[in-house]
Design a protein around this ligand. Structure first.
Ligand code: CP
Length: 321
């Protein structure tokens, strides 16, 4: 594998290798000196055309922990705001000797274009493109599930047989698409739960079940529930006509204290962030002992270190193919 563009491109072997590498790298991060020399002399560019807190910071942290040189490029404040094209931006990064480009873009497919255009020699990592894919989010979610539900150092293991519900704004969610792909590859059983208006056309062809009824799915005995952010910025107005009101959405699809209590005692709660507290998840659920939301963020560093390491270290890109 030369690039990481989609969770759907990963075989079970690829995915388990990334998760195992992340576990090994995470074990080095309890040391007083966290920095490893692995990517010394390599340059990683974080190319963000869309806002981000967790993904941008954790890719930067991951690259720095591996001793890479890091260039942070935000479209705001760059020549993109003067109309510069993606091609000319890519040619500029190539001229600067980028070895890896981590790209977040509002247009679905922008990372594929960058990887296939020939404008760049660098490895391309998709850090979220439109409503399409966010593969490192799915990997850090799988890593978090594996640690909690399979074992603390579960090297070589997948998620076979685990039951996971992904709840909310599936229509606009690259996190949902990536997680359905990866969780299916790793053997988990996934149920998407959403109002009909927030499910994409063709969802019946995805490798998962679909329900409109959260309480019924919770009663089935889940191992994990992943709440999705209601992406109001991708809707034309506050609710965009996708649901009658925030209160009704919250009543039917929000994770509150009552629904939290309906989960089996071992089950965990995930959310990719940023959260709309009080809409898709209550403060009680977000801050409960079942919540692994903050841990997801921490795990993102180890998983992104693993991805950069496997793509770039020692010219052994074929190691993850
Ligand atoms: N989960 C996620 O992608 O968060 P950010 O938008 O803050 O990067």
């Amino acid at each position: 594998m030369e690039h990481l563009l989609s969770a759907g491109d990963l075989s079970r072997t690829d995915a388990v290798r990334i998760l195992d590498t992340a576990a090994e790298l995470a074990a080095t991060q309890g040391r007083e000196i966290k920095k490893l020399p692995t990517l010394r002399g390599r340059t990683v560019v974080n190319l963000f055309f869309e806002d981000s807190t967790r993904t941008r910071i954790s890719f930067e942290t991951a690259a720095k922990r591996l001793s890479a040189d890091v260039i942070n490029f935000a479209a705001k404040g760059s020549s993109v705001s003067k109309g510069e094209s993606l091609k000319d931006t890519a040619l500029t990064l190539q001229a600067m000797g980028a070895d890896a480009v981590v790209i977040r873009h509002h247009a679905s497919g922008a990372p594929h274009l960058l990887a296939s255009s020939g404008w760049l020699q660098a490895a391309v990592v998709n850090a979220g493109d439109g409503t399409h894919q966010h593969p490192t989010q799915a990997l850090l979610d799988a890593y978090t599930l594996r640690r909690h539900l399979v074992g603390p150092q579960p090297l070589g293991q997948d998620l076979a047989g685990l039951r996971v519900a992904i709840v909310g704004d599936v229509l606009h969610s690259r996190v949902a698409r990536s997680n359905v792909d990866l969780l299916h590859t790793l053997g988990a059983r996934v149920t998407l739960v959403a109002p009909p208006t927030l499910l994409p056309v063709g969802v019946e062809t995805w490798p998962c079940e679909v329900s409109y009824h959260l309480d019924e799915v919770l009663a089935q005995g889940l191992d994990a529930v992943m709440m999705l952010r209601v992406q109001r910025e991708r809707m034309s107005s506050a609710g965009g006509g996708f649901f009658p009101s925030p209160l009704e959405y919250s009543r039917r699809y929000g994770l509150d204290a009552r629904r939290l209590a309906a989960l089996p005692s071992h089950a965990v709660v995930l959310h990719p962030g940023p959260m709309n507290r009080g809409l898709e998840i209550s403060a009680t659920a977000a801050d409960s002992s079942r919540s692994v939301i903050v841990e997801q963020v921490a795990n993102g560093v180890a998983v992104r270190m693993a991805v950069l390491y496997l793509l770039l270290a020692g010219g052994r890109r074929e190691d993850v193919s």
